[in-house]
Design a protein around this ligand. Structure first.
Ligand code: SAM
Length: 473
């Protein structure tokens, strides 16, 4: 959260209230369509839920049950049975209103394109469903208003914004509204996943593979990747950049500085470009598997001497390193860095014996099976082991978001979009683990972290990202 918009006199308490509303919209938007799918399948009648009786795709349903428990709607499971909390039962009482969601999803699409649309009257729907329904409208609307720096909200949003207290009687954003606009960037995240959220019923109860289809040019259809990369860039600017520079400054400006820095899954190249500005003697190299990102990153770093971008997959280190050696680059001269990509690797069942431990996981295979925590940890260990032979004396700098213990998420629900992050990662087969699991797996693969820190606690109440500089032990 950005604490305050400039020049506003507003208490920190009020600013946090606005952020809590935004978190409610974002978490609600991630879960609303799934609640509707549960209702359609007859699972929203108050009876306790068990995976084996839900008759759907267990991996995605497991993610949903975990996220609903994080929201405080379900109790912790006892012998695989998830019973409703009082808050969950309140939600069930309002379940008829979930029928607005298909219309709201269409409206969200239209609002993103600035097309005209009729908005259902949801302004007076009370909590808990009110915030869920509002999210679909306010995410695209607030992103648009923030980007255009609108002082007045569009008339079709007035009832909803007035109910939130964000506009005055003339439709102008008041101080609270200005705070909301200054924090609107967070809405990019659920909007990125709208293509998945709109078809979540198929993932939970139908054929999940339809959503995995790619376009003729191999672009993904389940996520708006350009927006995902934009959101990652915002996260970089607001929190990651300052946190990693503390360490990179020393590494990149020392007498033993690496000649090259290779960013694995470099997205739009923002992190590389920022590093290049601060450490001009290091040659920048990006690696990406998405063609749009390759082109954007190549353009962004084109002004730096000898900078270039290669195609590659973070799960195939040998090919990436071969692409460097073909250009005469010795891997020993390279500092490897990656941000928010390790969990994006494609899932392959582990080949070695499972690492046992208390690994929390809500991950699913593309066809909707559960990935157990132990299997996920072994897969991550094998990922690190595959990189091990190619990590030279400059090490491997890993910046990753994480799964968070449910009790921690629940305690910080008023200021966290954790349930949305974790559930959308599950729905898109991304492989989040807790930070201690990542370090444990890297250790099992033969790495030791010589610099370790976390990001997020000041805003969210817990670290949702980790930064580690790993070296071969
Ligand atoms: C969340 S974005 C992060 C982008 C950038 N690292 C940042 O932090 O701004 C994930 C990026 O990883 C890329 N990516 C996903 N899976 C990948 C893989 N298996 N190998 C290489 N890149 C991958 C995506 O195309 C996307 O650009």
């Amino acid at each position: 959260m950005n604490k305050a918009a400039p020049n506003l006199v507003i208490s920190e308490e009020k600013a946090f209230e606005v952020w809590a509303q935004i978190c409610g919209h974002i978490n609600g938007m991630a879960l609303g369509g799934s609640l509707l799918a549960l209702r359609v399948a007859g699972h929203l009648k108050g009876a306790p839920l068990t995976l084996d009786r839900m008759n759907g795709n267990a991996g995605y349903l497991n993610g949903l049950l975990h996220a609903m428990a994080a929201m405080g709607w379900l109790n912790e499971p006892v012998d695989g049975v998830w019973d409703w909390t009082d808050a969950g039962r309140d939600l069930i009482r309002q379940a008829d209103l979930l029928e607005h969601i298909p219309t709201l999803l269409d409206a969200a699409d239209a609002l993103l394109d600035r097309a005209d649309c009729d908005l259902p009257d949801i302004a007076s729907v009370p909590a808990p469903l009110g915030l869920i329904l509002q999210g679909y409208l306010l995410a695209p609307l607030m992103l648009g208003c923030a980007a255009r720096q609108d002082a007045i909200a569009p008339p079709n949003s007035h009832a909803t914004l007035r109910a939130l207290g964000w506009i005055d009687e003339n439709g102008a954003f008041n101080d609270l509204g200005q705070i909301a606009l200054s924090q609107a960037g967070a809405y990019h995240y659920p909007v990125t996943y709208l293509p998945t959220l709109a078809r979540v019923g198929e993932l939970l109860f139908g054929d999940p593979m339809g959503l995995r289809a790619r376009t003729a040019t191999q672009e993904e259809t389940h996520v708006d990747r350009a927006r995902d990369i934009l959101f990652s860039g915002l996260v970089y600017q607001h929190s990651v950049g300052p946190a990693i520079w503390d360490r990179l400054r020393d590494v990149l400006t020392s007498a033993q500085a690496p000649r090259y820095i290779l960013d694995l899954g470099c997205g739009d190249g923002q992190m590389l470009a920022e590093i290049g500005k601060r450490a001009p003697s290091v040659q920048l190299i990006g690696m990406e598997y998405n063609r749009v990102a390759q082109a954007t990153a190549a353009e962004r770093i084109s002004g730096f001497p000898n900078a270039f971008v290669i195609a590659g997959d973070i799960g195939a280190p040998q090919a990436t390193i071969a692409a460097l050696t073909e250009r005469g680059i010795d891997p020993k001269d390279v500092l490897l860095i990656t941000k928010s990509v390790v969990h994006n690797r494609s899932w392959t069942p582990p080949t070695g014996p499972l690492v046992s431990g208390d690994t929390h996981a809500m991950a699913a295979t593309p066809d909707g099976a559960i990935i157990t925590g132990d299997a996920l940890a072994q897969n991550l260990t094998e990922f690190f082991a595959a990189w091990h032979p190619f990590v030279g004396p400059h090490g491997f700098f890993v910046i990753e978001p994480h799964a968070i213990a449910r009790a921690t998420l629940r305690a910080n629900l008023h200021r966290s979009i954790g349930p949305c992050l974790e559930y959308t990662h599950c729905l898109s087969n991304q492989l989040l683990v807790q930070a201690d699991c990542l370090r444990r797996c890297a250790g099992l693969a033969g790495f030791v972290s010589r610099y370790s820190t976390g990001i997020g606690a000041g805003t969210l109440g817990y670290d949702h990202m980790s930064v580690d500089h790993f070296f071969v032990a």
